[in-house]
Design a binder for this molecule. Structure first.
Ligand code: NAD
Length: 370
């Protein structure tokens, strides 16, 4: 198939490279010229294990290229993925859809009859319909189909997650459209991976509900960790003991300074907004967000107590990304902690095997890098 991917970030680039690996011809567009230049030179501008090798392999087969030219990217494409960012609005925690809406306006005029637009970005309930309206108003054919196909990959194991998914969710109004989108993933269908066909709204909600569940699970073990410390036992023993129960599972039971990253904080807040839009409340998720926000203070208080104050103290920070195997520092608790320690007069020496450059852009020389 002829496929276009709008946005060459973690999700867009992994999608582009992996569907090329499935045998499709892919054009990937980004508005960031520097990024497109790097990609055309065969360099992935962020750290993601295995991605650069797979990209080079498929580029050598002539299966894809990168462009900043919207007409070149979209013309003739049967499937157009939208995989741009949907950041959190800092004032109220709601979802900022400006990049998705602008991508929809950009592609509309160049869509071929019968083309299918696929939302890969994490977007609130009702966005597929909203995107369709924007497309038609901006000149797309009336019968353009918009499908929701949320992405569940994790940074650090993104290629593997895309190639070996727990499930692929396709939300479409027409069964026939869902089937066309499913054929993109033919090797996964053949290998027996689970496909779930739903309405666009259900697909959109599945993504937020999944991330909110993970955030609640992480928050649960983080609160248990506070209790366990008072009891005086090892939280890792307790986490392992809980996780061995197959009904619960061991994943997302690692205690830490609160969840961070580009997804869980924004998606939990996004879901709370979605609930409000539907005159509803999710008190469990509200509590998880509040508990998570309080965890850094707990950690700082402990360090302060252990060191007898922070002023003039030398603190080593091991790890700056929001988790291992990524250079992504978006909403990283480590960055927040570094800032807090510095504000209280401490000297921070930091190390991360992959995220030093991203951290330098954020913290400049306020910390020493080892
Ligand atoms: P990202 O910030 O890494 O990449 C977004 C890219 O889109 C950037 O390169 C940006 O330049 C480009 N862009 C913005 N507006 C554009 C436009 N109009 N046209 C073309 N390109 C444009 O974001 P990401 O982490 O890949 O996330 C993308 C979406 O996927 C978000 O909705 C996110 O919630 C979701 N998601 C992310 C992850 C993850 O682990 N990062 C996992 C699952 C889902």
């Amino acid at each position: 198939m002829e496929i276009c991917v709008i946005g060459a970030g973690y999700v867009g680039l992994v999608t582009a490279v992996c569907v090329a690996e499935f045998g499709h011809n892919v054009r990937c567009l980004d508005i960031d010229e520097e990024r497109v230049q790097a990609l055309n030179d065969g360099r992935v501008p962020f750290y993601e294990p295995g991605l650069e090798e797979l990209m080079r392999k498929n580029a050598a087969k002539g299966r894809f290229d990168f462009t900043t030219d919207i007409k070149v990217a979209v013309s003739g494409a049967e499937i157009i993925y939208i995989a741009v960012g949907t950041p959190m609005n800092p004032d109220d925690g709601s979802v900022n859809l400006e990049y998705v809406e602008s991508a929809a306006r950009d592609i509309a005029r160049f869509l071929s009859p019968g083309a299918i637009v696929v939302d890969k970005s994490t977007v609130p309930v009702g966005t597929a319909r909203k995107v369709k309206k924007i497309l038609v108003e901006a000149g797309a054919p009336e019968n353009v189909q918009v499908v929701s196909n949320p992405e569940f990959l994790r940074e650090g194991s993104a290629v593997k997650d895309f190639m070996e998914p727990d499930r692929v969710v396709i939300g479409a109004d027409e069964a026939e459209t869902a089937e066309i989108v499913k054929t993109i993933y033919a090797p996964l269908v053949d290998a027996g991976y689970e496909f779930l066909i739903t309405s666009p709204e259900a697909a959109e909600l599945i993504k937020y509900a999944s991330n909110a569940f993970l955030a609640v699970k992480l928050t649960f073990i983080n609160e248990i960790a506070l209790l366990v410390d008072k009891v005086g036992v090892d939280v890792l023993d307790v986490a392992r003991g809980i996780g061995l129960d197959r009904r619960i599972g061991a994943k997302y039971l690692h205690p830490g300074p609160g969840y961070g990253g580009s997804c869980l904080p924004k998606d939990t807040n996004g879901l709370l907004h979605i609930a409000r839009d539907f005159d509803s409340r999710l008190r469990l998720v509200e509590t998880a967000v509040a508990v998570n926000n309080s965890l850094r203070d707990v950690l700082v208080e402990r360090v302060e107590k252990a060191l007898g104050g922070l002023d003039g103290k030398r603190i080593c920070l091991l790890g700056l990304a929001f988790k291992a195997d990524t250079d992504d520092i978006r909403e990283s608790p480590a960055i927040a902690l570094a800032r807090f320690f510095i504000d209280r007069g401490a000297r921070v020496i930091a190390y991360d095997p992959g995220a030093m450059n991203s951290a330098r852009r954020e913290l400049a020389d306020s910390v020493e890098y080892a």
